[in-house]
Design a protein around this ligand. Structure first.
Ligand SMILES: [Fe+2]
Length: 198
């Protein structure tokens, strides 16, 4: 399935391939409370705002695609034993088709967690158990100097926005949209990137 997806070129084929990946590989568990698919749908719902920024919503929907392509699963022997850098893998795969407004927040969403642990009192204490365990593997809270570098980046705001949606998207049984409802927004973002040629 991943091979078919990587060969896809038209916006329709790419969008359908990604939704298929979420629908099938997404049955794996993200945390005990939700599957990867439920987590993706809750993240997307949490990212819907009055500004109607499709890139933010699609970044949220796809932010953990790296977990799916690496086959990581909570409960597996090696999960949380080593860091496979799912954020880098996901961003790299998606950068074949999506603009940086989608891929950069995905690449930065782990760094954004490490950033918030340093700058926001109480943030670390509110992390889920899995997020707290992975934080240690991912390098722990950023130093003050690393925080300044993170803030200076052009996608810091979007990365923090995505991170907050990610943190809220772990609620068992929460109602969300259907996966297929995101198809038009994904296609719109892909077509816009093709038009811009970047
Ligand atoms: Fe996530």
């Amino acid at each position: 399935m991943l091979k078919d997806l990587l060969r896809a070129d038209s916006p329709d084929d790419v969008a359908l391939g990604l939704l298929r990946l979420l629908a099938t590989e997404g049955i794996r568990h993200h945390e005990e409370s939700v599957t990867q698919l439920e987590h993706a749908l809750q993240s997307a719902r949490e990212s819907e705002t009055d500004t109607g920024d499709d890139a933010e919503v699609i970044a949220a929907l796809l932010h953990d695609v790296g977990h799916l392509v690496t086959g990581e699963e909570v409960g597996a022997d090696d999960f949380l034993a080593r860091d496979l850098h799912h954020e880098e893998i996901g961003a790299r795969v998606l950068s074949a088709w999506f603009p940086p407004e989608v891929t950069e927040p995905i690449r930065l969403h782990v760094l954004a967690k490490r950033y918030l642990c340093t700058v926001e009192p109480g943030y670390r204490e509110r992390l889920s158990d899995v997020s707290e365990q992975s934080l240690v593997l991912q390098g722990g809270p950023l130093t003050d100097e690393e925080c300044r570098r993170f803030e200076a980046g052009p996608f810091a705001r979007r990365a923090v926005f995505l991170r907050r949606a990610d943190d809220r998207a772990k609620v068992r049984g929460r109602r969300t949209r259907e996966l297929s409802e995101y198809l038009p927004a994904i296609v719109a973002v892909l077509e816009e990137r093709k038009r811009r040629g970047s």
